[in-house]
Write a protein that binds this ligand. Structure first.
Ligand SMILES: [Zn+2]
Ligand SMILES: [Zn+2]
Length: 439
């Protein structure tokens, strides 16, 4: 799929009835090609930090638009810069990675791709988080802003980030000199598709928007043996089960109920036969919080409970559980700079109307985009949400969101047309506002 001629805008594309309509029209004419790109990306998902085909597919498109493109920043990331006179530096970020999920959407362009997990295991792969919609909108925004170079002044830096799902990508790009080799931004903007908003609705959360993420592994060790002779063993499966249940009391009994936190055991692996008590069991846990002290309470509590349950099960001292926090996958909470986020809120209301623009409460999901402005107070950043739940499904459940697939579900099939057109419009309007001439 190749892009055709750029469509120039006839009027000023800033909020206001005429400008808003002209921008919507221009994006509408881009949509057939952006949807074709979306379907192509959807059919070619790649796992975190293994994105090779994806940036190679998009790099030439950006070069054609006049961006200076650098590939392999932070392993697989891509940086595209367009310098267009004096003014601020604005960074727009889209993430590229997919998930080890077997797609069940039944879409005609559903993924049949497979990949390899870091441990070498084969797995089906799917864009179950909608990062394919992010990339299509990212290119749509690049097209619009390249076509309207006479309407803005400053530096536009557009990045494709690797490894969002594992929390590795933003750190890898920053560690590879993102702000030394390329202009350091004054502003950063990103969006994520949303499974809790109706298609085409935009949500902004000033202040904290996504939680911190820690992934913890517990290797539970017992004494293996015959399934018919449990008295000769220390049963790891029973012990692992006790640990899973006891861990839930950290959230329900030990922390202040007014402090948000989630502890989910997402994986239990043990044994291979009905009649063998295994030597080991492995638990994989994700911990989500906002406050550092709550994070510490949960991480310390996991170690204490695992050890305490092992002692109560009579596990020998030299077989105590081994707890490993995956340091490389820690993701800090994302804090949307309040003034900047409120500026987006006002802009989006002007562009889309109040009925399509909402203030969202914070989420317990994680996003590593906040790293791009976390440690430098001179940078303002906002991550906003664009609704992807198809309108008919939204109306059918009448607010019962539990009946709809969430992000990461094998059934997540957003209304991609609504997400991509809305996000392209939102990103373009926000960029023109930041980079407006004479600002
Ligand atoms: Zn995700
Ligand atoms: Zn995501």
């Amino acid at each position: 799929m190749k892009f055709g001629a750029l469509v120039a805008l006839a009027s000023v594309a800033v909020p206001g009835t005429a400008g808003a309509a002209a921008l919507s029209d221009a994006i509408r004419s881009d949509m057939p090609e952006l949807m074709a790109l979306y379907r192509e990306l959807h059919a070619h998902p790649e796992l975190s930090m293994q994105e090779v085909w994806t940036p190679a597919r998009l790099a030439p498109e950006m070069r054609k638009l006049g961006f200076d493109v650098t590939e392999r920043v932070g392993k697989t990331g891509l940086v595209a810069v367009m310098s267009n006179g004096p003014g601020p530096v604005l960074m727009l970020r889209a993430d590229m990675d997919a998930l080890p999920v077997k797609e069940q959407t039944g879409l005609p362009f559903a993924s049949t791709a497979t990949g390899k997990l870091p441990d070498g295991t084969d797995t089906p792969v799917m864009h179950a988080c909608g990062h394919d919609t992010h990339m299509a909108s990212w290119l749509g925004t690049a097209r619009r802003l390249a076509a309207m170079k006479d309407r803005w002044s400053g530096t536009l830096m557009m990045i494709l980030q690797s490894g969002e799902e594992t929390g590795e990508g933003a750190k890898a790009m920053l560690g590879d000199g993102l702000y030394a080799r390329f202009p350091k931004p004054n502003y950063v903007l990103a969006f994520h598709d949303s499974a809790i908003l109706s298609a085409g609705v935009v949500g902004v959360t000033p202040g904290y928007t996504t939680a911190s993420v820690d992934n913890v592994d517990i290797k539970v060790r017992g004494v293996g043996g015959h399934g018919a002779a449990p008295q000769t063993t220390r049963d790891t499966v029973v012990l692992a089960s006790r640990i899973v249940l006891a861990l839930q009391t950290l959230v329900s009994r030990e922390k202040n109920p007014l402090d948000p936190a989630v502890l989910t055991v997402g994986s239990i692996q043990a044994g291979s036969r009905p009649n063998v008590i295994p030597e080991e069991a492995t638990l994989q846990i994700t911990v989500r919080t906002y406050k550092p002290e709550v994070r510490k309470l949960l991480l310390d509590g996991i170690a204490r409970i695992a050890r305490g349950e092992a002692i109560s099960a009579g596990v020998p001292d030299d077989r105590m559980p081994i707890i490993t926090t995956r340091e490389g996958q820690y993701t800090p909470a994302t804090f949307n700079s309040e003034g900047f986020a409120n500026r987006q809120l006002a802009l989006f209301k002007g562009q889309f109307g109040a009925e399509r623009t909402v203030v969202l409460p914070p989420h317990m999901v994680g996003e590593d985009v906040g790293r791009f402005w976390l440690d430098d107070k001179s940078i303002q950043g906002t991550l906003f949400w664009v609704g992807g739940v198809p309108k008919a499904k939204w109306d059918a459940v009448n607010g019962g969101l539990g009946k709809l697939p969430s992000l990461h579900s094998p059934y997540w099939a957003p209304d991609a047309e609504a997400v991509i057109s809305t996000a392209t419009e939102a990103m373009t309007v926000a960029s023109l506002d930041v980079l407006k001439k004479g600002s």
